[in-house]
Write a protein that binds this ligand. Structure first.
Ligand code: AMP
Length: 291
């Protein structure tokens, strides 16, 4: 039986005698196969699995994106139940940010490029809520999707700097048959936008193919992605990036592990995706960790 907890106090109480190791899967709900994969990984490795469901207002820099973010709690709870999740933490905003709440966790350099530049304040919101969740749950492991690769790096940096012992584990991106990464926001795509969105994966794979053929110029790899995206009239590119896998600084040449990433708008829906280059194969600890 999955237990649902609404308050910090009830969550702490429920976890007091929980069997270890404890695994945490933080989500914003509207759960899909990508989230299920994280839950399964937790279930395999951990004696107690905790899923949090919280549409975190502080990580949305655009109000409209927050209001129209899809929500379906009873469906989400049924999914958690079917995955054998032990505890679901589904607080309201006032429980996470009570009156007088006045602390922001702000991670440095790795949070600034890419999504940090495109969505000011986004990673402050993410780091703040994840710090609260890590402290409340005291998990041994926390599972995140490689789809949000920069988020993994930001949270690892945060956990290391704040001496939080929870190990941050990156899990492979789950995709639709045409390569589109599963995302709660995909529900907003009109049929023709949904069909067009597969161009993101094609752009990444075109750059991977050029890299495999020996291309090491980051500019050429960016141009490959842009050319592929330009073929799709419904795709409006926000950025394409070829960055160092550890620092996310843009590269001139790809001489070590790198991350190809992109953000693209289809109508009013903005999607992101990425693919590592030359890193260890995507395993449960797939993203390179700083030494
Ligand atoms: P979200 O609910 O979108 O905040 O995502 C919660 C967690 O699920 C994050 O760690 C995401 O990176 C991860 N996630 C989202 N989509 C996918 C996917 N397609 N494959 C794997 N993990 C995902």
């Amino acid at each position: 039986m999955t237990r649902i907890l609404r308050t910090r106090a009830d969550l702490r109480e429920a976890l007091r005698d929980a069997a270890r190791p404890i695994g945490l899967v933080p989500t914003m709900g509207w759960l899909h196969e990508g989230h299920r994969a994280l839950m399964r990984q937790a279930r395999t490795a951990d004696a107690t699995t905790v899923v949090s469901i919280f549409v975190n207002p502080r990580q949305f820099n655009v109000r409209d994106d927050f209001t129209r973010y899809p929500r379906a709690e009873s469906r989400d709870l049924a999914i958690c139940e079917s995955e054998g999740v032990d505890l679901v933490f589904a607080p309201n905003a006032a429980e996470i940010y009570p009156p007088g709440f006045d602390t922001t966790v702000s991670v440095g350099a790795v949070s600034r490029p890419l999504e940090g530049a495109a969505r000011p304040g986004h990673f402050d919101g993410v780091a703040t809520v994840v710090a609260i969740l890590f402290d409340l749950v005291g998990a041994d492991h926390a599972y995140f999707g490689q789809k949000d690769a920069q988020q993994v790096l930001v949270i690892r940096q945060m956990a290391r700097d704040l001496a939080i012992p929870t190990e941050v584990i990156a899990c492979p991106t789950v995709r639709e048959p045409d390569g589109l990464a599963l995302s709660s926001r995909n529900v907003h795509l009109a049929a023709e936008e949904r069909a067009a969105a597969s161009v993101m994966r094609r752009a990444l794979l075109a750059a991977v193919a050029r890299w495999e053929a020996g291309e090491r110029s980051a500019r050429a790899l960016r141009a490959t992605m842009l050319a592929e995206l330009a073929d799709e009239p419904l795709a409006e590119t926000d950025y394409v990036s070829v960055a160092d896998m550890t620092t996310l600084a843009e590269l001139d040449r790809v001489d070590g592990p790198a991350l190809l990433s992109l953000a693209v708008r289809f109508g009013t829906t903005r999607l992101i995706d990425n693919e590592p280059l030359g890193a260890a194969p995507v395993t449960d600890r797939g993203l390179a960790r700083p030494a």
